[in-house]
Design a protein around this ligand. Structure first.
Ligand SMILES: [Zn+2]
Length: 302
């Protein structure tokens, strides 16, 4: 993990210095998963490629905004996600989160919940892009609190609760449907949700002394953070091990749940990319296109 981080850091430094080769390597490394992700919303490959091209362009133009608090993959996914949401908005589609939308297509009965979804105060300006310091601080605290919460569940190998949390906070499906998917009692899920929200709110209040989160927005903000920070997402190395079926049974079961039942678009895109890695022809063509449209922005003073 540490080595990955160092490699990523070196690669970004080289891109910042305007090294074309490093930029080509970065594009090659990430284009597959980004295109797979885009294609879940824009099924025509040409449309998906266009929006991924825009994503790389936005990344290179705003290279100075990149902060290493999140992985490069998460950062690129966030830019792409926001571009897709804006595209949908401009088409006057329902403004609902991508993950939730996916679950609706899986579980038709959730339509009602989808209509109730009102995005948080800054739905498109996700924290990585937002310049509002107060807002960024709030988000940072909430993200730290949620990370600790999830880390504890993982360390305890409490995959049952991890699944419940994923369904009710990340995908925001109804308690009834979550209970059905997990074959559990609705009341158990209700009490988990109540207990966790209380704890999360208390932890946030302890760490963050600024203005309180508006109660009505809190859960939406929580989902937004969960999604944009990919808090419960699976590491690429773990996805590789899942493919090789070399994970321990409880982890294998959780990864399967995350990819299949929860249907996380990000991890599915990444997983598909791992499986597709052998066919590199499309990749080099697309890389040439990206290079052509972005190379002028390399190493320009911003
Ligand atoms: Zn995921």
């Amino acid at each position: 993990m540490k080595e990955n981080y160092q490699n990523e850091k070196r690669l970004i430094q080289a891109v910042c210095q305007g090294q074309e080769e490093a930029w080509a390597q970065l594009v090659d490394q990430y284009q597959g998963r980004l295109i797979n992700f885009a294609m879940t919303r824009l099924p025509q490959r040409a449309d998906a490629e266009d929006i991924v091209q825009d994503t790389f362009l936005a990344f290179i133009k705003g290279l100075n905004n990149f902060r290493s608090e999140v992985s490069l993959e998460t950062y690129l996914f966030t830019i792409l996600r926001n571009k897709i949401i804006s595209r949908y908005r401009s088409l006057k589609a329902k403004s609902i989160s991508l993950i939730q939308d996916l679950n609706i297509s899986h579980h038709q009965n959730d339509d009602e919940d989808a209509m109730q979804y009102i995005p948080g105060p800054h739905p498109t300006a996700s924290w990585v892009i937002s310049q509002d310091e107060q807002f960024q601080l709030q988000q940072k605290v909430l993200s730290d609190v949620l990370s600790t919460f999830l880390q504890e569940l993982k360390e305890e190998r409490n995959f049952r609760d991890l699944k419940i949390a994923d369904l009710i906070f990340y995908s925001r499906i109804s308690i009834r449907n979550a209970a059905g998917l997990l074959d559990m009692n609705e009341n158990t899920l209700k009490s988990c949700k109540h207990r966790w929200l209380k704890r999360i709110r208390q932890d946030v209040a302890r760490l963050y002394l600024g203005t309180e989160f508006a109660a009505s927005n809190f859960e939406y903000l929580l989902t937004d953070i969960w999604e944009s920070h990919r808090l419960s997402c699976i590491k690429r190395s773990t996805l590789g091990a899942f493919l090789l079926e070399s994970l321990e049974p409880d982890w294998f079961d959780y990864v399967d749940f995350h990819l299949t039942t929860l249907g996380c678009h990000f991890c599915r895109a990444s997983f598909k990319d791992i499986k597709q890695q052998e066919s590199n022809d499309d990749k080099s063509l697309f890389r040439q296109r990206i290079m052509k449209s972005t190379v002028g922005f390399l190493s320009r003073p911003h």
